[in-house]
Design a protein. Sequence first.
Length: 459
Amino acid sequence: MAEEVRSTDTALNADWGCILRNIVKRWWMILLAAVTAASGAYILAAEFYRPTYSATATYVVSTRGNSTTVYSNLNAASELVAAVFTDILNSNVLKERVEAETGMELDATIRATLLPDTNLLDLRVTADGPEKAFFIIRSLIENHGIITSKVMENAVLQVLKAPRVPTVPDVALDNYHIAQKAALIAAAIAACIVGIVSYFSDTLKNAREAEHKIDAQFLGAIYHERKYKTLRARIRGKKQGLLITDPSVGFHFVESYKNLRTRIEHRMAEGSGKTLLVTSLMEGEGKSTVAANLALALAQKSKKVILIDCDTTAPAINELMGLSRPKDLQLRSFTLGYSGEVEPLWSKEYGMYLLPARPMRGAVEFFLGGAMEAMLVSLARKMDYIILDAPPVMAGPETECLSALAQKVLFVVQQDVARAKDVNDAIDAIEAGGAHLIGCVLNNVQVSPLFNRSEEGGA
């Protein structure tokens, strides 16, 4: 129960830095949503746009007789607008007269509005065409007298401003701004969806989650280091190997491996065995970089170390360490011809032994053939540590075969990539084969300056 509570508490603590990175990482999804929404809104706005046009005329309202005053004119206009004139303009008698004269169906909107604090009356006719609005208002002006002369005997309406044919619609088509608003709304919704999915995902977002969610001892976090060191390298897209011997790498990156080295030394000292297999769940989680840097960190303490590339699906040690690929010195040929007298490639630059590999068919049969085991047993008598860079668990059964030859296994998990459930299933499979898993390391941990939720942790 306590473990369930701890896991729940961890899940409820959102790693906002990780969520924001996911949103930025999936910018193309947000952009696609914005472009799709903008295109759809632009087309639909044009499709459903129905322009209307308004023609207007202005009347001066006064009362009959010679002793008229402004006050009486205003009263007459108010009474006229409020009670009579709008009803007259929309009466069936006047509509029939206008329709007969113009030959148009009177489906327009007719409004009479008194201008505040004046005796001016604004007559407005809104229709679906400019000519239609003009002809209807002109007909109303010419014909409303047949009713107003009888109903409003004391009021006099004089046209102050004659109507004109409207040249622009009342509301212009603005589908560009509609598309902009739709794009912003869609982008915001898409970003929220990405953030929500990231929040509820079962990936390992920080060291705290790794400690709580993984069924293995958490040995620490390896902090993120930029792969592109210069702007020129970024433009060319050339990635450099991230090695702790490179003076340009950051302090936290180097210290991460020194801390990991200390913990690995303690775990390797528990029981017998010098062979450590480094693997991960899937490709691209940086397990080759971890294996290489761990070997370098051990070699820096004057330990006799050999790094063997056993990833026969995608060998990476040659490129990572900047080595040439000699045909007579690679895993298969060296292992099959190994007599215990010839040493593998010694790197003076790195201060350790290296045994690279090439893509290999029949790797499972090779690892189970006995030559690999014999070589490892012989090397164990000469070396302090043997680091095996194994294929990912999901790549095939090669890792399971190799784990039977190694005394200890280190599992690499990249931040916010693999699900905790899948990682635990892979760990269970490794341990079911009899391998001793000494723990896992969270790789490529990015710490946000605003949301510093990632911790190294480990024990």
